[in-house]
Design a protein. Structure first.
Length: 390
């Protein structure tokens, strides 16, 4: 009987070995216990290990617990005579994990008894790298979209704020001023002059227009802040607060306004910092306009989260702020109903400005647990480290 060339070639063990060792896939053979009995040249190349470092070891010795569980499953499936594909990683000589696409084929002896498995491995490093890059790009894109969405929402909120100011606050003020001036005009037409209390018909519109002008000025400052048009400088808080107290002392309609603090107390900020404390002091005066009320300003040094801050407290013993309003007072769009008077923009500006200085602001009860005893506004500003003078 004449044997064909194919039969002759594949009847020789050395030909099989040549074919296996020439394969572009890594191959190892393991017995029924997972002990490696053969590896081809490609797998040796992939792992950077000698054949002697592989043969006789268990497959599990070259991976971690997560991938070991996948290997164990593949062996169990082989034991049942099932061929399958798996993804798991094998550690190379440098300790790096190489992702492999593995095809398993169970081996049986002539009696059909399971004796081990052959595993063909394709290096998936390039695909894994591409997948990781795509995931990173997708993540970066998602972050960009989220950031832009937040930016657009912020712009929308700010546009709504300006619309609210124009449509509500300024409009109301102008209507009041116009009403007063119309009455004054009628009075002048009838009598030719304004006398006594009638002069309020002129004084009131003037005060209202001044408030309107301040509100517009604050909006302009807020816009400039958003655009980064204010340059930072080193400011001594102690000097600034002393100056604000002197500014208000002649016109304060309360029992006293006092300041306790030591300088220099240097921070990095800009001219808007003056507006922060002028707003808080003016707010305390405005909301505490009745006899016997005191305003105290204190400056001290504190540490939070391992950082040094200057802590400024502006206290009054006025009507106070209920607990459910303490967070909302800084949000123009959640003003709510309070006994406090004002335009509702001042504290929003305070928080916006303090945030831009990397600081913090909050409101507390002057007497803990009893808001009716007055408020304490607390501002924390990062201290300039390593400087004794401004």
């Amino acid at each position: 009987m004449v044997r064909t060339t194919v039969e002759m070639l594949f009847g020789r063990e050395d030909i099989y070995r040549i074919i296996v060792d020439s394969a572009e896939e890594g191959i190892w053979i393991a017995d029924k216990d997972g002990v490696i009995t053969y590896v081809n040249n490609k797998l040796v190349e992939l792992l950077g290990l000698d054949k002697e470092e592989l043969i006789g070891k268990k497959m599990f010795d070259f991976t971690d617990d997560k991938n070991r569980a996948i290997m164990q499953k593949s062996l169990e499936e082989s034991l049942r005579g099932k061929r399958d594909n798996y993804l798991y990683s094998i550690r190379n000589k440098r300790g790096e994990f190489i992702p492999m696409l593995v095809a398993t084929t169970p081996m049986q002896n002539e009696k059909g008894v399971y004796i081990g498995t052959v595993e063909f491995m394709s290096d998936m490093s390039a695909q894994k790298k591409l997948e990781d890059e795509l995931l990173r790009e997708r993540s970066d894109l998602a972050k960009t979209v989220e950031a832009r969405t937040n930016e657009l929402q912020s712009e929308k909120n700010e546009a709504e704020l300006y619309l609210d100011l124009m449509g509500h606050d300024i409009s109301n003020m102008h209507h009041i001023a116009m009403g007063q001036l119309e009455i004054a005009q009628e009075t002048m037409a009838e009598t030719g002059r304004l006398e006594g209390d009638e002069k309020e018909l002129i004084d009131t519109p003037l005060r209202i227009l001044e408030r309107s002008a301040r509100l517009i000025d604050n909006v302009i400052k807020l816009q400039k802040l958003r655009k980064g048009e204010f340059e930072e400088e080193t400011i001594d808080l102690c000097n600034m607060l002393s100056g604000i107290v002197k500014e208000y002392e002649p016109e304060v309609p309360v029992s006293s306004i006092g300041f306790v603090g030591k300088g220099p107390s240097c921070v990095r900020a800009n001219e808007l910092l003056y507006d922060v404390f002028r707003n808080l002091v003016g707010n305390a005066i405005k909301h505490s306009y009745r006899p016997g009320i005191d305003i105290d300003i204190r400056l001290e040094t504190v540490s939070e989260d391992g950082k040094k801050y200057y802590k400024v407290m502006v206290e009054d013993n006025g009507p106070g702020i209920p607990d459910d309003m303490k967070d909302k007072v800084f949000n123009r769009l959640q003003r709510g109903d309070t006994t406090a008077r004002g335009l509702g923009l001042g504290l929003y500006l305070v928080k916006s400005f303090v945030d831009s200085f990397h600081g913090k602001v909050r409101v507390e009860d002057r007497v803990t647990g009893d808001y009716t005893k007055g408020s304490r506004f607390v501002v924390l500003l990062p201290a300039i480290e390593g400087r004794d003078v401004c």
